[in-house]
Design a protein around this ligand. Structure first.
Ligand SMILES: [Fe+2]
Length: 341
């Protein structure tokens, strides 16, 4: 299959408190607001995003993924991708122009995640005061807060990780890069897929709920390990608990840290990792004991990391249980051996 999708272009998330979320993403994390819609959606960008925005925060009762938008490799690829999705019995909808990009095809996949595909999108044009001295940079480098460079990936939750990977690989041409299985049971708890040379721009964790369409985290990129460590420090100095990390995942080999934004969504900052260009790559099965979560194999993932969004009403959250992210209680929980990335 020729490559249909080029990369993740933007994410739309819901927040029960849009203003608090936007304030945090701007002042606490280092994105910049670029636009507001009458319906209350706020558009934000990182300094290095190539298009006008990469994150839309919209009003919603609970933290959730509203939409994940991918740029196709051409107009023809957009047509072909839509044909393939519809060939699987998923109807989808075409829109002429919305949210500042050209015509798009929007559909909800078999595990309940809404995905939008488009080709036509304007390049970012920086205001005069933010124009970089370097021609390839969409905007001046920022040093504010964590100053993430651009949007990196999204990790969703589905009731069948291998089924999820198979559908998106077969229909849209994602390469499946790795799986994680539990050490003591033949259960696949995590998988990573990619449209390009990165280890993943789409992750999937096992969803124990039947809610459908849930998300585990959204992730932004920073250029170096050192910048990520400083970001962790600055976040903590500003009252943001680090849920997990900084450390390095075995799967993908990225340096990571996770925290929650005020709307409740988990956000990751990551850097590093390998490049993989192998067209017929076969995914290997990792185990937590091999270092899938933390390559140093010396600390279990906090139980709170298995929470996806919207929250499962049948399961108490880490906060409700009094288990704060990263505390010893969480680290001792046996379920903390699940995979993550
Ligand atoms: Fe991630």
């Amino acid at each position: 299959m020729t490559n249909l999708l080029a990369h993740l272009a933007h994410l739309e998330i819901a927040s029960p408190d849009v203003e608090a979320s936007v304030r945090f993403f701007e002042r606490g994390f280092g994105l910049r607001e670029v636009q507001r819609d009458e319906d209350g959606s706020v558009y934000l960008r990182c300094w290095g995003d190539y298009y006008p925005y990469s994150l839309v925060v919209s009003p919603g009762a609970q933290p959730a993924l509203v939409n994940m938008a991918w740029r196709t490799t051409s107009e023809q690829a957009l047509e072909e991708a839509a044909r393939r999705v519809q060939g699987k019995g998923v109807e989808g909808q075409w829109s002429d122009k919305r949210q500042g990009h050209g015509r798009s095809f929007r559909f909800t996949g078999p595990y309940g995640h809404t995905m939008e595909l488009y080709w036509d999108v304007p390049k970012h044009s920086a205001p005069a005061e933010l124009t970089s001295i370097f021609p390839d940079r969409p905007e001046k480098r920022s040093s504010h807060a964590a100053a993430p460079r651009f949007l990196d990936h999204v990790t969703v939750a589905a009731t069948d990780v291998k089924g999820f990977a198979a559908w998106y690989s077969e229909v849209l041409g994602f390469r499946t890069m790795a799986f994680t299985e539990l050490d003591h049971a033949p259960v696949t708890v995590f998988g990573v897929l990619t449209t390009n040379e990165k280890s993943h721009d789409l992750g999937c964790v096992l969803d124990s709920s039947q809610l459908g369409g849930r998300v585990n985290h959204i992730a932004f990129w920073t250029d170096s390990h050192q910048e990520l460590l400083v970001a962790a420090d600055v976040l903590m100095e500003n009252g943001v608990d680090i849920e997990y990390g900084p450390s390095i995942h075995g799967v993908g080999e990225q340096t990571f840290l996770y925290f929650r934004e005020p709307g409740g969504m988990r956000v990751e900052l990551n850097t590093g990792g390998y490049r993989n260009y192998v067209p017929d790559w076969e995914p290997n099965a990792w185990k937590p004991s091999l270092g899938s979560n933390s390559i140093y194999r010396n600390g279990a993932m906090p139980m709170s990391m298995t929470e996806s969004f919207p929250p499962d009403p049948g399961r108490p959250t880490a906060t409700e249980e009094g288990v704060l992210p990263g505390t010893e209680d969480a680290l001792l929980n046996p379920y903390a051996q699940q995979g993550q990335g």
